[in-house]
Design a protein around this ligand. Structure first.
Ligand code: SAM
Length: 232
């Protein structure tokens, strides 16, 4: 039976690899990566030398036909992304979708197995540490840079639900400014910024939008790394 394992990997702390994930990486014939340099660091941390194949280049999914061919040949493949759970705001989802479509008959008959090896995801890690209501939340992924951005901020401001999105260091201040504008002074909503989760400088800053904005404006050294923003 050929197998495609969807393997969750750490979001910063290389110790956060599950035993099943390690076994899947060990037994894979090939590890499918977003960026082979990033994944090779993880593999070498665990003393693994494995053939790797990048499924992503120049912001585009590539090699999906080649990968489907490898699965047809009976290979055991492990799919990872640069960090976290493949498919969550990264190109893994499209690859899995193409494999499911191309090999639906083989999957149905049990000749090909697509297997979940779950691990961390920044979205869930942020919610778990923020202390916000999260029985019911909406995940927006990365907000669009231009078209639709303002509409989303309006939606975030008016939503009854906890809203979560991913942000880069280049746009975090702009997003916090938009949140302060749309929520307005005296808003009951809290903004929580989770930065560098599981890494040395892990930090959670929470409060009214304008005070979180002021904090990051006053600490340019903290406008670095990776961010999850929660509005609750
Ligand atoms: N697949 C990943 C997951 O499961 O979380 C997400 C991939 S997405 C391309 C990368 C974004 O996730 C970053 O820009 C940041 O917003 C968020 N992220 C990833 N690692 C993070 C971390 N250690 N701390 C905070 N946010 C993180």
């Amino acid at each position: 039976m050929s197998k495609l394992s969807i393997v969750g990997t750490p979001i910063g702390n290389l110790g956060d690899l599950t035993i099943r994930a390690l076994d899947a990486l060990k037994s894979a014939d090939i590890v499918l990566c977003e960026d082979t340099r990033v994944t090779k660091k993880l593999l070498s941390h665990y003393g693994l030398e494995k053939p790797t194949l990048s499924y992503h280049s120049h912001s585009k999914l590539s090699r999906s036909d080649e990968i489907i061919g490898l699965i047809r040949e009976g290979k055991e493949l492990a799919l990872v992304s640069d960090a976290g759970t493949p498919g969550i705001s990264d190109p893994g989802a499209e690859l899995v979708s193409r494999v499911r479509e191309a090999l639906s008959a083989e999957i149905d008959s049990g000749v090909v197995k697509i297997e979940a090896i779950p691990g961390p995801s920044a979205l869930v890690v942020a919610l778990s540490i923020a202390g916000v209501p999260c029985a019911d939340f909406t995940f927006l992924g990365f907000l669009p840079h231009k078209k639709g951005r303002e509409t989303l901020f309006k939606e975030i401001a008016s939503s009854e639900r906890t809203m979560v999105f991913y942000e880069s260091p280049h746009r975090i201040l702009r997003s916090l400014l938009s949140l302060a504008d749309h929520l307005g002074p005296g808003s009951k909503k809290a903004v929580t910024v989770c930065r560098e989760l599981t890494k040395i400088y892990e930090e959670v800053k929470s409060g009214p939008a304008e005070s979180v904005l002021e904090f990051f404006e006053a600490h340019p050294d903290k406008v670095r790394g990776e961010f999850v923003v929660i509005v609750s």
